[in-house]
Structure formats: C-alpha cells, structure tokens
Design a protein around this ligand. Structure first.
Ligand SMILES: Cc1cc2nc3c(=O)[nH]c(=O)nc-3n(C[C@H](O)[C@H](O)[C@H](O)COP(=O)(O)O)c2cc1C
Length: 405
C-alpha cells in the first residue's frame, strides 16, 4: 500500500518524490504589469525547502483583461518571461506547476472587466452580488479565444521552465461555470447535456496538450460537487474524471464555489466544515472507479489525516492552509510527527465577511513569508482591513496599466 512517503510516477514521465502536494493559493503578489514579484520567489524557495513532492502555484490569469483580483499574476503574450523563469526555479528540485485560470463571471466591477460567462446568469452572493457586473454570454469566437489563451499560457509556462500546469475547473470560475447546469443555460453545443457542458474543459485540456507536447505535466482541478441544489454533483464529476483520465497526469478534487460557500472552498454546512478531510467520503467514491490518479484537497491539517487520504486510494494529498501556516509541514509529517496546524478562525457574524477575513489572514501569511518576515497570522478582522488597503493599491496600479494599454 502507498504511504505519504512513496514516490509517484506520473504519466508524463515525472516522478514525484512523495504524495504531499501544496495546493494552489492565490498569493496576490503580482508586481507592475501583473508580473511575478520577487516575494513569490522567496515564498516558493521556502516551500521548496519544506518537503512537498509538488507545488501548485496560486491561479495565474490567462487574460489580463479578466483577473479575479488586481494582485493576480497574468501570463500572456505581453509578459516578460524572466520573472516567471525565476519563479519556476525558486523551489530548487521541487517541481512547481502553474495553475492557470479564467475567472469568467467572478470578476469585480471595479476592475473594469467584462464578465464573460456561459449564460446571462448573474452571480448570487447575497448582499455582495452588486460588486459583480452582469455577465455576457460567450460567443463561439470568445470560446475559441479562451481555449487558445489557456494553451498559450501553458506554452509560455513551459518556456519559462514550469514542468506542468493545472487547469482550474473548480470553485465556480469559468470552466466550472460551464460545467454547472445552474450557470450554463445554453442550448447550443456548449450547454445542455454534461458532454456539452464539459466541452470547454475537454477542448482546453486537448489544446494545452497539443501546444506543450509529451513530457509536460497537465492536471485539472475539479469540484467533486458544487454543493448547490441542481448544480454539478458527484455523478457528474465521476463522468468528467472518466473523460479526462486518458489525457491528464492527475485530477485534483475539491468542492464548493463562491455561491455555495460560507468559507472559501468549503461546503456550506458548518458541521461538514468542522471535519478534517471533509471530502474524503464523497470524493472517495471515485477512487475505485477511475484510471486517473486522484488528488484530494480540503481540510488536511495533520499527518494522520494525510495518511488516511492516501490509504483511501488517493494518489496525492493536497494541502493549502496548513502550508501557509507552516511551510515545513511535509517534512514533519514525513518524519512521523503529527504536527497539527490550526487554521485561523474568526467570530465575525456575517458568513461572507468571515470567509473573506479568514482568507485574508491566510493570504497575509503568504505575503509575510514572501517578504521574509514570517510573522504569525493576523487576527482575521485586522487581516481583512490590511487586505482591503493592499487591494486598493493593486487596483489603482492595475487600472493605470489597463488604461495605458
Ligand atoms: C488564501 C487562499 C487562496 C486560495 N487560492 C486558490 C487558487 O488560486 N486556486 C485554487 O484552485 N484554490 C485556491 N484556494 C483553495 C485551496 O487550494 C484549497 O482547495 C482549499 O483551501 C481547501 O484546502 P485546505 O483545507 O488545505 O486549505 C485558496 C485557498 C486559500 C486559503
């Protein structure tokens, strides 16, 4: 039976030295021109020393006209590859794969972006919905452009020295919007039956593969379920994993989206939320039925749980929050320490505000490690204020850059 410390040979030829993967966390550490800032190198150097078998970057945008946050890195035809080269090399012999993403309708109004989406279905995030512009249904030409941009960004990542990419098709961003019968109401070849709703993802993966060639790693992050009534559910995930299994190195399973969550990327049910590896039972149903190696992410914060995930048959255990708190947890877990990590918690009453505050506390940790300070996480309410200030500065620069182009 595999253990956390067993190596894993991927189909593209890469062998990971163990089963612990740093899952994607949006660092919001872009410098001018949405290029990676030097703090990203320092952060990934630290994680490179931390013992994980693979590091997935926070999502990198494929189109500078549509960013999830104004501090997000963009990799497109206008990017200078030099800082990307330094980022790819920062973790030494630990491979770094770039997560690539298009936010679709999850763009904030103040960025000036057009919200592209499968259909004109506005995002429903309660009182915060007005922050998001009404989405415009994508034309065939828009879809071709997006597929081409995913492939182009993957190719540029390869040229910069990243040995693989992860296509983000979870958490309600564009590819996940297409998969969702709630967000995708199209009656053409890109909507309706699951095969049509999955077409954008499948064609994107194919285009990425074609543009990067054999030996380059390609993974997909997919929701095991969106946790919305009538939304993308576990049986849909089973089918999509099956369609992907011939063309990817692994599929990462996560869950939830901005509409369904009280905390980012967790099911809305607080009882579920309190559990560790909260998707293990749901996503575990796919383990025995698919040829593709699966990675499970969500709530893995101590060794025993990571071991349980691998024992359940997942090829890889994805860890986000715990690796922001303690960049060396993989080394500790592999050495047999349980090394539990407590996530930041907050008593803020409003669920969306609490979610944003906890996320800000974790992002603050990434920025602190990247800045060489390594200070403990701020209380989430304070972190949220700092985050708002920092975001306003990123936004001003992003808007200036956009106006100049
Ligand atoms: C600050 C922060 C930023 C995140 N950014 C991303 C991202 O860019 N892409 C992504 O797929 N998931 C992102 N996630 C979700 C994580 O990859 C992971 O799925 C989720 O946090 C659950 O894992 P955990 O319990 O180990 O934190 C982010 C999570 C946090 C806390």
């Amino acid at each position: 039976m595999s253990t956390l410390g067993s190596p894993l040979a991927l189909r593209g030829g890469t062998t990971l030295r163990n089963r612990i993967v740093k899952a994607a966390m949006e660092e919001q550490l872009a410098g001018p021109g949405q290029q990676p800032d030097g703090r990203l190198e320092a952060l990934y150097r630290r994680w490179g020393e931390g013992g994980a078998g693979l590091l997935l970057t926070g999502h990198v945008m494929i189109d500078r006209r549509a960013v999830a946050q104004p501090g997000d890195v963009v990799l497109d035809e206008a990017s200078d590859l030099e800082p990307f080269r330094r980022w790819a090399a920062a973790a030494g012999d630990t491979p770094v794969w770039m997560q690539i993403n298009h936010p679709g309708r999850i763009v904030l109004r103040d960025t000036g972006a057009t919200a592209l989406a499968p259909s004109a279905v506005p995002l429903d995030v309660g009182g915060l919905s007005r922050l998001y512009p009404a989405p415009r249904p994508m034309t065939e030409a828009d879809l071709r452009t997006v597929i081409d941009r995913f492939a182009q960004t993957a190719r540029l990542a390869q040229q910069a020295g990243f040995p693989g990419v992860e296509v983000h098709a979870a958490h309600g961003y564009l590819l996940s919007q297409f998969l969702s019968p709630l967000a995708n109401r199209r009656d053409d070849a890109w909507g309706g039956p699951l095969r049509n709703r999955a077409r954008l993802l499948l064609e994107t993966v194919e285009a990425v593969r074609d543009r990067t060639g054999p030996g380059f790693g390609v993974a997909v992050k997919l929701n095991s379920a969106d946790f919305q009534r009538g939304g993308f559910a576990i049986d849909d995930a089973r089918q999509v994993v099956d369609w992907l299994s011939g063309s990817v190195d692994f599929v990462e399973l996560s869950g939830g989206n901005i509409e369904s969550l009280t905390r980012p990327l967790r099911p809305a049910d607080e009882r579920t939320l309190a559990r560790e590896a909260y998707l293990i039972d749901l996503a575990g149903r796919l383990v025995d039925e698919t040829a593709a190696p699966l990675m499970l992410t969500g709530g893995i914060r101590r060794r025993e749980i990571a071991e349980r995930v691998v024992e359940r048959g997942f090829a890889l255990a994805g860890v986000a929050t715990a690796l922001a708190q303690r960049p060396d947890v993989p080394l500790r877990w592999l050495a047999g320490e349980d090394a539990p990590v407590e996530p930041p918690c907050s008593l803020i009453r409003s669920k969306p505000v609490r979610a944003a505050a906890v996320q800000a506390a974790i992002t603050g940790r990434l920025q602190s490690i990247g800045g060489g300070r390594d200070t403990p996480p701020r209380p989430p309410a304070v972190a949220l204020l700092v985050d708002r200030y920092r975001r306003s500065r990123h936004l001003a620069r992003y808007r200036r850059d956009r106006a100049a182009r």
